[in-house]
Design a protein around this ligand. Structure first.
Ligand code: SAH
Ligand code: SF4
Length: 397
């Protein structure tokens, strides 16, 4: 199989266009089709000469993830399950801005994306690691989640429940290609303006594909999403945190802490044996020193495991040392795992105690709690269902 074009760097494409004797504006046109217009076929690239399209098709493949299942309604959190070219399943979660509460544009969304098929880190509470690690996502598969979501959302606007009027790019692709001289229709507007790398997998364990993917999402020639609007969440791979600290782009960092002492964290996160809290916090200090950016400490509250008030003081100390804010998330129950979410009272007391220590703390009411929004759950259920019925899962609505 040919390598995917969206896994190539801009420099590689530029060198190839140069070797083909193509003027540089052709590269800009191609990049526009790949990232701004989210093209799904070579034929869609109507302002590229046919001979160049054929050269491209003979050199690279052009794939976007295929939607298999969608859960949730159009105006709330939606979970999307994608099938990749090799049949592997991954998830993304689309979370709308809340126009009623914050007066934001209702077409603005946060997308939570995956970086691996499965996860090797085996955190005890997490569905993503239950069946181990299968493989890293390619650059194209990471970027492709945003592009595929936007194609799907453009074809299914919130007003119309039924699959909809074709979008600009669908219209171009559906019809016969326009003559080369005709300018292409304007690029469709972006729907995703915030990205959290918090889906399936450990992003820092796929650093070599993650960083070029995020660069393409950020670049003016790519998706043009601000680096400050992209947050990477990690279970604590200290050496990669130090690498990220030295990257020129200002991506945001969130640490999955989930325990403020080695004893508690080590019980639920095996990665803590490799990078204990002292090492993890030193890497975070390095990041903060280089970036001058506030980091977020994610802390899932799991009943009887890490919700004891004995964790409050060490957590407050860590947050102060790292100038970090703390995001408390009541645990989302996972089928087959014994862990439970604490009562609302316990969660609120934990948050109040941190607040009293003058920690910047939020207690998240988990959006999408009812649709298996915690990473890895929809995939597991779909895989189990398709094993049971030995048939393909229900197609997306
Ligand atoms: N591997 C990375 C990113 C993916 S997990 C990491 O661990 O940070 C994204 C977040 O979801 C992490 O904070 C993770 O701990 C959390 N998470 C996993 N399972 C969860 C569950 N059942 N309920 C709530 N949060 C969960
Ligand atoms: Fe992997 Fe993150 Fe889940 Fe841990 S919490 S198993 S690192 S995806």
């Amino acid at each position: 199989m040919l390598p995917d074009i969206r896994s190539q760097t801009r420099e590689t494409l530029a060198a190839q266009f140069n070797a083909w004797g193509q003027p540089s504006y052709r590269l800009d046109q191609l990049l526009g089709w790949l990232y701004a217009r989210r093209a799904a076929s070579w034929d869609a690239m109507s302002n590229l000469p046919k001979a160049l399209r054929e050269q491209l098709a003979a050199t690279w493949s052009l794939h976007l993830p295929e939607l298999v299942v969608k859960q949730g309604s159009r105006d709330t959190t939606q979970k999307l399950l994608w099938r990749l070219a090799d049949g592997a399943l991954i998830e993304s979660v689309l979370i709308p801005a809340n126009p009623a509460l914050y007066g934001e544009d209702s077409d603005r969304h946060t997308l939570c994306i995956s970086t691996q098929v499965g996860c090797a880190y085996g955190c005890r509470f997490c569905a993503s690691g239950l069946e181990g690690w299968k493989r890293n996502l390619t650059i194209s598969e990471i970027v492709g989640q945003i592009l595929a979501v936007e194609r799907w959302a453009a074809a299914n606007p919130p007003e119309s429940p039924a699959p909809a009027t074709p979008s600009a790019e669908a219209a171009v692709e559906g019809g016969s290609p326009a003559p080369a001289a005709k300018p292409a229709a304007p690029a469709p507007s972006r729907i995703v303006n915030n990205i959290v790398v918090m889906g399936m997998g450990e992003p820092m364990a796929n650093f070599d594909n993650l960083m070029p993917a995020l660069r393409a999402l950020n670049a003016a020639w790519g998706c043009g999403i601000g680096a400050r609007k992209i947050t990477i969440s990690t279970s604590g791979l200290a050496p990669r945190i130090r690498d990220l600290a030295r990257d020129p782009l200002q991506f945001r960092l969130a640490i999955s802490l989930h325990g403020a002492t080695d004893a508690v964290r080590g019980q639920i996160m095996p990665v803590n044996r490799k990078y204990p809290l002292a090492e993890l916090t030193a890497a975070c200090e390095d990041y903060v020193r280089h970036k001058g950016k506030m980091i977020t400490l994610e802390y899932i509250l799991i009943a009887g495991v890490n919700d004891g008030l004995d964790q409050v003081m060490p957590l407050a100390d860590l947050a102060h040392r790292l100038h970090a804010k703390v995001n408390l998330i009541p645990y989302n129950k996972v089928d087959g795992l014994p862990w439970e979410r604490p009562t609302d009272d316990v969660c609120e007391t934990f948050a109040d105690q941190l607040d009293q220590q003058e920690v910047v703390v939020t207690l998240r009411r988990e959006k999408g709690h009812d649709i298996d929004a915690a990473c890895g759950q929809l995939r597991l259920k779909t895989e189990k269902k398709s094993e049971e019925t030995a048939s393909t899962p229900t197609p997306a609505a």
